[in-house]
Write a protein that binds this ligand. Sequence first.
Ligand code: HEC
Ligand code: HEC
Length: 317
Amino acid sequence: MTKVEIGRKLFYDNRLSFNGAKSCASCHSPQMAFTDGYRRSLGSTGDLHLRNAPTLLNVGDNKYFTAGDPRIQRLEDQIRIPLFETVVIELGVSGHEDEVLQRFERDREFQLLLEKSGLEPQKLNWELIIGALAEYVRYLESRDSPYDRYLKDPIGFPLSNLAALGEKLFFSERLHCSHCHGGRDFDEPSGDEKKYFRQNGFTALEKIDSHRETTSRFDRGLEGVTGDPRDHGKFRIPTLRNVEITGPYMHDGSIESLSEVVEIYSRGGLLGAPRDPTLESFSLSKDEKLALLSFLSALTDSSYSGENPTEEHSSSF
Ligand code: HEC
Ligand code: HEC
């Protein structure tokens, strides 16, 4: 638990960015299921990130991290990116490693926390910081949504008729949602191949505005890593837990609402978008659409929202 406490302290602390402007929580806020509500995040120097900030709830057992890089399979490796990345600066620690460490070494309260954890003789280092942040992120589990309660105790916590119809639709052969959004967090594909990076038909230049167009031009998804044009527009299947409050949607935040997401899926994806062979168009009545949305809402668990920092450090250091 103590390593989690150290991680929690760091997670909400702006002094972790080289210029004191941002913390992890600036882009991963507990009020929004650890997202930031922006289409694409802004780093500590105002750099626009390529992607939308994903939820950090229940990611501890992820097979892959980030939306398009299958090489990142450990939380600790992911956390290096916001800390040290220089192409798009997030916290901008590179070149300021010692300076940032010293801020915490000089902080009595932080030292006390280390001592309590039996870490006193150890000098603070980045390994320890990354390890503690990873422990904190692993601790962020939330699987107590109305749907979880219903699964555990269908009599005590029944689903509304609407959500129950939505559940049926979600798992139906007509809509195919669970082919990709399977498993307990709705982020595991089924089928023999178990492909986690898929083209869901949302990366096209069909619409939506200039933002969409510029993003898909330079974010090629899995292709950016493999160099294989067949991987163009493949992105990791995201969890659907808490999806009601993690908008805007998709890797680039280009879709504003869940209603729009469902509408585009029903068309089989955007015109001209590369798409997975399992995607087919389908028609939904107005009630069925409401039902599907109601099911997605039943995946919201707000129990973690008590996960607020007791005290936030401002940029003064
Ligand atoms: C500037 C905004 C920003 C800051 C600051 C930031 N993140 Fe993120 N985070 C993102 C974005 C955007 C992604 C998606 C990256 C991608 O898909 O390529 C992400 C992805 C992640 C992921 C991967 C989640 C998944 O499902 O794959 C983890 C874990 C994470 N961040 C943890 C942290 C931690 C810990 C910190 C603080 C050290 C932090 N982030 C700081 C924006 C930010
Ligand atoms: C072929 C696999 C596949 C199928 C089938 C599929 N999805 Fe997805 N879904 C994905 C992928 C991949 C993404 C992420 C795309 C991106 O980041 O650009 C995604 C993203 C989403 C998102 C946005 C999540 C977020 O946090 O941004 C929602 C909501 C969603 N899907 C719901 C559904 C529903 C509802 C269905 C059934 C109608 C469905 N999906 C069918 C693969 C699939």
